[in-house]
Ligand binder design. Structure first.
Ligand SMILES: C[S@@+](CC[C@H](N)C(=O)[O-])C[C@H]1O[C@@H](n2cnc3c(N)ncnc32)[C@H](O)[C@@H]1O
Length: 297
């Protein structure tokens, strides 16, 4: 048995970080409705046995957990929740505004195809991820029609680093040139620059004018304070679960990068902005991360 899981891209296992953020969403259901950052009733269905044990233990440790989640190292958990809410808000707005299809890149256990089924009203959702995760998710959804209903999700298996997104999308019936809402949540930090650039170039080619791309980025902040050093250690700890953080970019450079592929930043929220918009219970979001919604010109 390996103590440190094999690097994600060299293994046949589903992503652990996808499960970790799903665990955070499942744990959120333990809070009173008005105190939640997001409500994702589908999240618990995707948890493995060990993750369910962790989730239940959070319930048992209630008060202690509430105290811990206000500490700086818990900022990554809060960030996963506030960025999810940021994207939900933009998705709701764009569905209302006539977007024609939804594309979720590195979809993990994202349940928007089900949570927004009424608002989607039959508009297609294309979910893209590595094969092990796509297959596990498809099997769980297929096993629980009473929970997930019959929403038709088009699953696209891909490794962004080595395969052509454009080809894969065409095979899945993606409408090139249509106004699209793109979610690329929690993925760019795990890629390299060519994979990020390549994916943005494809999105620039296949998304119609007025499409919206939502995504988050990670930037390296100077580790001069204790908080900064803790943050560096936390960033390095992702390697311990086989999913090292590999791509960092500042907000200014992110805007230039998006701009060079035809996207103009319409909304950029750093940790303070995300906290003020969506956080509850005094929970701080991770300072080195931010979320963007960009509009295709
Ligand atoms: C942190 S998870 C985020 C999952 C989901 N977007 C969410 O927020 O719940 C990162 C996701 O990116 C996917 N991913 C990582 N590298 C990838 C690659 N090279 N090609 C395709 N998907 C990848 C993982 O399988 C995982 O589902």
């Amino acid at each position: 048995m390996r103590l440190i899981p094999r690097e994600l891209h060299r293994s046949q296992r589903p992503s652990s970080t996808a499960e970790a953020v799903t665990l955070a969403r499942a744990a959120e259901l333990r809070r009173p409705v008005g105190d939640r950052i997001v409500t994702d009733e589908y999240a618990p269905h995707f948890l493995s046995g060990p993750a369910r044990v962790v989730e239940r233990s959070l319930g048992v440790t209630g008060g202690a957990y509430r105290a811990l989640e206000r500490l700086a190292p818990a900022g990554v958990i809060t960030f996963s929740l506030v960025r999810h809410r940021f994207i939900d808000v933009h998705l709701a707005r764009c569905l209302d505004d006539g977007v024609e299809q939804v594309l979720v890149l590195g979809a993990g256990y994202d349940s928007r195809a089900y949570r927004f089924a009424a608002e989607l009203s039959g508009r297609p959702v294309h979910e893209v991820d590595l094969p092990p995760l796509s297959r596990r998710k498809a099997a769980i959804v297929a096993a629980h029609p009473e929970v997930f209903g019959h929403t038709r999700v088009r699953r696209v298996e891909i490794d962004f680093r080595t395969q052509s997104l454009a080809e894969r999308l065409l095979e899945s019936g993606f409408a090139v040139g249509a106004r699209t809402f793109v979610v690329w949540e929690g993925v760019t930090p795990y890629l390299d620059r060519p994979a990020v650039e390549g994916t943005l170039a494809t999105l620039g080619d296949v998304c119609g004018q007025g499409s919206t791309l939502t995504l988050d980025f990670w930037q390296r902040l100077p580790a001069v304070t204790t908080g900064g050093r803790l943050r560096e250690a936390a960033a390095r700890s992702f390697a311990l679960i086989g999913e090292p953080l590999t791509f960092a970019v500042t907000p200014d450079d992110a805007a230039k990068l998006l701009g060079s592929h035809g996207f103009t930043v319409a909304d950029l929220a750093d940790h303070r902005e995300l906290e003020s918009r969506y956080s509850t219970g005094g929970r701080a979001s991770e300072a080195s991360t931010y979320v963007v919604a960009a509009r295709k010109r």
